[in-house]
Design a protein. Structure first.
Length: 180
């Protein structure tokens, strides 16, 4: 997380990613140990398969941390979502209806609920179809920031920044904080 003149930039939590990748490397090392003990070739084949799969998983987990592109930018224009590879979406503060901190299965998540933000009619029709299928027939745009990807303090700083700037630029935004 970086706060500068361009707004509040949210980058992947490198510490969290390093911890997860260390766990993957430990699993890979344990699986590699199977290759050096006297056992059936089938167990060695399974070990090689899982070494490759965990190697791919470790790389895919590490790749966002190496990127210089932020995941989200929170500034005077609104919230810009860079998590979709094909397009970036900027949700202006005037379109945001609700910011909430809510429990998820294993962690907390920040939900940013907005009205439709697309102006191109063809893209709008396609986006509405996607939103209908994802959001229980509601034509809204939502950004979900998963707390599993961040440590607790940086995650809560993201929420605090959203709350502060959201209420500054659009006092009508409903802000919910989970009290659990």
């Amino acid at each position: 997380m970086v706060k500068d003149n361009n707004g509040y930039q949210v980058f992947p939590d490198r510490v969290r990613i390093a911890i997860i990748d260390c766990a993957y490397l430990i699993i890979i090392a344990c699986l590699a140990g199977v290759l050096f003990i006297h056992t059936s070739w089938i167990w060695k084949a399974f070990a090689v398969l899982f070494i490759v799969l965990f190697g791919i998983l470790a790389y895919q987990t590490l790749a966002p941390a190496l990127s210089k592109q932020p995941l989200y930018v929170i500034d005077k224009n609104g919230v810009t979502d860079y998590t979709h590879k094909d397009e970036k979406v900027t949700v202006p503060w005037s379109q945001i209806q609700k910011i909430e901190l809510a429990p998820n299965n294993a962690s907390m998540e920040i939900g940013i609920i907005a009205m439709n933000v697309l102006t191109d009619k063809e893209k709008q029709a396609e986006a509405v179809k996607k939103n209908y299928s994802r959001n229980g027939n509601l034509a809204i745009y939502s950004i979900i920031i998963d707390g599993f990807k961040f440590r607790r303090k940086p995650f809560l700083r993201i929420y605090d920044e959203l709350q502060k700037q959201g209420l500054k630029y659009n006092p009508k935004i409903l802000v919910n904080k989970y009290r659990g």
